[in-house]
Write a protein that binds this ligand. Structure first.
Ligand code: ATP
Ligand code: MG
Length: 263
């Protein structure tokens, strides 16, 4: 059995009296792309807050590469759900921010990020401010800032949530290609079923708050996804099935539920 990169074992947490995560168990293997799918307000961003150290668990254990997750020097590069870019910094200086926070000098950080601008579709916009870019470009800049930190694992919180459907579909294709090339270990939070199926090796579905894992599925579709008719048909079937779980999480007789309720 491989040691998972990330392992959560019955982790719970709360804000004061409000229980948010209830005995969450999940794993992410090295190089795996795992999505967390769940309704708005269920606790998805809180899960990332827990991993990045913004809130403590009140039960359960978190391991990274087989060791308890240390309080300092967390191994995650995190892309937050919103307000990812600082409006007063040029794009180049936004993308260096994560490295600067790690203590790298700005000049050195600029040398490190500059060659990646082409790959992220941002060439020529180094000196522009975030407000001067399209929504998709801003998200790619935020993603560039995240991946350049060279951490062992990426945490992406609804990276495409604010984009129109067409831009989002383009970004999903692009992210899939990038993931294939760079072999990132990634956890993506989304409430978009299609996005999860398009990008993931595995998907965990969470219940409404307090979030429990009500389903785990492996997405065994060839990559790149969604190009041929057969794959599209299978993807659509998985999407429909997941949507059913999300819309009716407690339905007795739902294919998913008994397996997890039994644990
Ligand atoms: N700092 C906080 N203090 C108190 N309650 C909070 C805090 N942050 C979030 N909550 C509550 O915790 C619950 C989970 O919030 P969270 O942001 O994790 O949900 P989410 O699944 O990411 O939702 P969305 O899909 O809308 O982003 C919500 O009920 C929210 O009101
Ligand atoms: Mg959220």
């Amino acid at each position: 059995m491989n040691v998972p990169r990330l392992k959560l074992d019955a982790v719970s947490c709360r804000y004061g009296d409000l229980p948010v995560l209830a005995a969450i168990s999940m794993t992410v293997q090295p190089g795996e792309f795992v999505s967390i799918l769940g309704p708005s307000g269920c606790g998805k961003s809180t899960l990332f807050k827990l991993l990045t150290g913004g809130i403590d668990a009140d039960a359960g254990a978190i391991e990274f590469d087989g060791q308890p997750l240390a309080a300092a020097g967390r191994p995650f590069a995190f892309m937050p759900q919103r307000d990812a870019l600082m409006p007063w910094r040029r794009i180049l200086d936004n993308t260096t921010l994560g490295l600067e926070v790690q203590g790298m000098r700005r000049r050195h950080a600029r040398e490190r990020v500059a060659p990646l601008f082409a790959e992220f579709g941002l060439s020529g916009f180094e000196e522009n401010y975030p407000a001067e870019l399209s929504g998709g470009m801003r998200q790619r800049a935020a993603l560039l800032r995240t991946v350049v930190q060279d951490k062992p694992m990426l945490l992406l919180d609804e990276p495409f949530g604010a984009l129109d459907a067409l831009t989002r579909a383009g970004m999903q294709r692009w992210l899939e290609q990038m993931w294939k090339k760079h072999r990132w270990t990634a956890m993506l939070v989304t409430h978009d079923v299609r996005e999860a199926v398009h990008l993931s090796d595995r998907i965990y579905v969470l219940s409404p708050r307090p979030a429990r894992v009500i389903r785990e599925i492996e997405v065994d579709l060839p990559r790149p996804r969604g190009r041929d008719a057969a794959t599209q048909t299978r993807a659509a079937a998985i999407e429909a099935d997941l949507l059913e779980t999300l819309l009716d999480p407690g339905q007795p007789g739902s294919r998913t539920h008994p397996a997890f309720a039994a644990k």
